[in-house]
Design a protein around this ligand. Sequence first.
Ligand code: PLP
Length: 427
Amino acid sequence: MATPSSALAQFGGTPVRSAPWPKWPVADSHCQRNLLNVLHSELWAISGCSQKQDLFEKQFGSDFADFCGMRYGVPCANGTAALTIAMEALGIGPGDQVIVPGVTWVACPSSVYQLGAVPVLVDIDDKTLCLDLMKVEEAINSKTKAIMAVHLYCSFVDLKKLKKLSKKTGVPVIEDCSQAHGAKWGKQRIGSFGEISTFSLQQSKLLTCGEGGVCLTNNRELYYRMQEFRADGRRYGGTVKPWNDYQIKNSGLESGRNLCMSEFHAAIACAALPRLDQQNQWRRDRAHHLETMLQEVDGVEMVDCPEDVSERTFYRLCFRINRTTFQDASVAAISEAMSHELKLLVDRIDPPLNQHPLYDPRKSPRLKSNKERQQRYNPQLFTLPASEKAYDNCITMPHQMLLGDERDMQEIVMAFRKIQAEIGQHL
Ligand SMILES: *Cc1c(COP(=O)(O)O)cnc(C)c1O
């Protein structure tokens, strides 16, 4: 392949790509039909008073649990709510500690301190960018009440080792699969390994309804408790009355709050699920093709994925960059140049949580007046060298690119080459 040598698009040159990328999220006729169904029904919320039709919300919980090979699913408002009700169901509160990876979306640690528990930041594995399980083991003590295991970008926590560690220490796992809907580890779906698994259905995710979340479990007690924590102490059931009645009933065993998913969102989620496997397969084929072509490009490689992953998913494609092949440009500069060439947001990975501008529990109203407690929540107490190294050497691209065809993948390769050749002039 020839190296294009025109000026970088960022500085007035012709971009490698001019055509638009495939659309995300996808709206199809199934989605439209479901939405209209809700619109013309008398059931817009699971707390609505109508027995005239079944809840899309309950349907989605059950469909998604089936899809992942789990017994129970509880939909909720978003991925943050899913983490919150998962931890509440496990009884986590003030005085407890929860292990969270040093790199992940801020909702992971934020949901922990919002419950009064302390997020303990543990560094990531150099290769997979997910939790380093040796460091997890070192961080476990008598206050540790859960390991929040997050599958990130396009890689995975080593679930075999994690299961062993959880068994040995008795610390339950919350598997946050917000970036890995539909992936498989061996024959088993991701999201079937923890006591509880959680998913976000926010619009950028592989399975989306705009804003949404869902928790899965095999444990009936946890299932009941999660229902109640997300719906002010109510759960599905009760006898059907001859008049229109609620489909969730007061139980009051737990004192929860409203973190429910609306019927409109659930209607979209129900329509999106049957497409997921096929979309994942398409993305996987494109990623494989791209990875093969990138073998010809020095200094750009996809992050490693544990061997046991049999069906990898790509939420954000994540590449490790050898910056010397980009004339020592920073990953910030490379991402910016890539975004201009490809006309889609190419970005660094999330900043490590000990330096993340959106994560500082000390600013929270619940800690503001307590200097002593503030200190325990100081993110800078944690040293995260592998997270920092990854932050300085990795870039990510949205999965939307992988819904394109093989020619689109060539343009990604061309953009890398062009930037390698040209970026030195702008440093
Ligand atoms: C997106 C995401 C969340 C949060 O989900 P929201 O629906 O935005 O609340 C949590 N964890 C991870 C790993 C995510 O990627």
